[in-house]
Design a protein around this ligand. Sequence first.
Ligand code: GLN
Length: 398
Amino acid sequence: MDKKKIPTFTSRLPDVGTTIFTVMSALASEKKAINLGQGFPDFSCDRQLLEMVNEAMHQDQNQYPPMAGVSELRQEIAHKIKSIYRYQYDPVDEITVTAGGTQGIFTAVMCCVSPGDEVIVIEPAYDSYIPAIQMAQGVPIRVALEVKRDALGKVESYQIPWKKIEGAITEKTRLIMINSPHNPTGMIWKKEDLNHLADIVHGTEILVLSDEVYEHMVYDQKVHESVSSHPELVERSFVISSFGKTYHVTGWKVGYVAAPKSMTSEFRKVHQFNVFTVNTPVQYGLSNYLKEQKHYLGLSNFYEKKRNFFQLGLRKTRFQLLPSEGTYFQCADYTGLNIPEAKLNESDFCCWLTSEIGVAAIPLSAFYTKGQESGVIRFCFAKQEKTLEEAITRLYKL
Ligand code: GLN
């Protein structure tokens, strides 16, 4: 009898496994742990938004929308950006609705990075960046975020490693990928950082990809400095945003990319053969909701309360908190716990924490391609208070 043979092929991503967010969510569900790993809320969105999407479906808005997205939604997006960041994008030629932030990032990288082009990434970085560069056959150039520590070794703040970035630039540099508010550290960029970046790229052909999916979550009276608000950077940047994050609907997978006309035109060439278009009724629902509600203006306040609640609870445990200026993530150092597991690497520690203590988190090493270990894990606090309270009760035992 002939043995069935499975054809072999060369992997396009030989070093990549299943994304940590999927792995940890599966483990959390298997172990019935409280899932503070993958970033998503455990509460619902505004019912009005659901009604608006529902209404669009019942009004038969169920066929393909225009390739770049529903026109009304693109207008609302342009209007929102103008009102917050004072930059007027043309909704016709400069805004594209995407199937979430990750697709926006992937498509942006694919459309501008050619084989051999270098792309600068500041690590820790969201785990889709490097594989996107590799799929485009670009060369990822990693520079590490600078960590400032106090005399006791406690992390005080993070800083953009400007010297290292400048040193990493060559004639082959095509793109710099930045992210503020930053996943996983919660660090936010300052105006000086944007100015510094603008100085570095001035007079070059270097493009910028700015991942701003947590733009509406910044704390302690700080403001989000969008690349859209920077007159020089905006002319060479893809700006990525996500409705899933802003409206508590991560499963809808809808976001957008704003970029100047020439960049958007290349972006759409790839987008049209990658996803083609994005869910129609959701786009109408979002567009009507945006017309009526300025929900995003209250989001920082909403999440700041959750951050404070979670921090207050965590301070009673032996975890050491790192700063969280934005996003819905809180990082914590577990090396001071008085248990043998405090010596585990981050990934093993997270598996143990999920299985034995019933709280899932994400190892920071997942945000470094070479898996750097610093004894730090990431919790997501986009949860109801009762969920956070129960997680803290479990963590308190350690
Ligand atoms: N951005 C989310 C996080 O960091 C996860 C998104 C995903 O799972 N792809 O948790």
